[in-house]
Ligand binder design. Structure first.
Ligand code: NCD
Length: 308
């Protein structure tokens, strides 16, 4: 049987899979409030193997697993603590860990690392970010948030900023949204951080009107303004990061009279002034909370089957 690895947002072509996840995430939210969560992962062990920093992704996966009865083992600073320090290959490390646990959540700076891991793993691998490439579970929680707040994943105008060149969350979310008919995607960035031409070409091939802009003002009439910090760790030239980091900052006065929902996978660095947080447009904290329930639904889907 093919293992249900979650490696890329390209996998999420099945609308029924998404609808089921969203429905289960809604149920998990209610059951958690009632303190009555089903212990469907009892006896399962999840490994969270992170070679890059994380707050929301790792902790929400761990908490999601624990709330459903699983046990969790973690390497939160894999780069320094695992045998990678001694020169062990990622493949060997994953081969070993996959013999101990029931699923692996992996974050690694190398693009394609999750696929590499999946090839040698005896258990499902969930990609929690592979370099600047993909962050599929973030896309799932972003879609869940959009569906909850906008009611639909179709015919939307969405603006993405401010580092479409390096942001794996923008890449993953735009990829899945591109499977549905959309009005327009507006990619907002400083000139040197524009999305890769082949990525835009792929989206244009899906009949989406693609625009590019250097101003946040162009995103204020959209239904969603999806911002992500400049991905400092992916810049080859630190000077370039410094030159661009303060160019695009969303301020509360810009949102006066606007209905646009502001999303951000977080962490927020410079891209959203904290004065925005109190506005009804700001949904990024709710978005992060949704991630917990979406990840519960996903873990149940991948690991909880036999119990069901
Ligand atoms: C994102 C990531 O790691 O790509 N964070 C997250 O998982 N919520 C966004 C980011 O780090 O900018």
């Amino acid at each position: 049987m093919k293992l249900p690895h979650i490696l890329s947002a390209e996998q999420f072509t099945d609308r029924k899979f998404l609808d089921t996840l969203f429905r289960v995430a809604d149920q998990m939210t209610q059951l958690d409030q009632a303190r009555n969560l089903p212990q469907v992962l009892t006896g399962k062990i999840l490994a969270c193997i992170f070679y890059e920093p994380s707050t929301r992704t790792r902790l929400s996966f761990e908490i999601a697993a624990k709330k459903l009865g699983a046990e969790v083992v973690t390497a939160e600073s894999g780069k320094y603590s695992l045998s990678a320090v001694k020169g062990e290959s990622l493949e060997d490390t994953i081969k070993i860990i996959s013999g101990y646990v029931d699923a692996i959540v992996l974050r690694h700076p190398q693009e394609g690392s999750a696929e590499l891991a999946a090839r040698v793993s005896a258990v499902p691998v969930i990609n929690a970010g592979d370099g600047g490439n993909q962050h599929p579970t973030q896309a799932l929680l972003d879609l869940y948030t959009i569906k909850k707040l906008r009611g639909s994943l179709e015919n939307l105008t969405i603006a993405f900023g401010s580092d479409p060149l390096h942001s794996r969350t923008i890449r993953s979310l735009a990829t899945v949204l591109g499977f549905y008919p959309q009005k327009r995607f507006i990619f907002i960035s400083p000139p040197s951080l524009r999305a890769a031409p082949e990525f835009l070409k792929m989206l244009r091939g899906r009949s989406i009107d693609i625009q590019e802009s250097e101003s946040l003002t162009d995103g204020l009439e959209a239904e969603i303004l999806y911002l992500n910090r400049l991905q400092q760790e992916r810049f080859k030239d630190p000077q370039e990061f410094e030159e661009n980091r303060k160019k695009l900052i969303l301020k509360s006065e810009m949102l006066r009279g606007k209905k646009v929902l502001v999303m951000d996978p977080l962490p927020r660095i410079d891209e959203i002034d904290p004065s925005v947080d109190v506005l009804p447009n700001a949904v990024y904290f709710q978005q992060a909370k949704n991630g917990l329930y979406l990840r519960m639904a996903l873990l149940q889907e991948i690991l909880g089957q036999e119990e069901g």
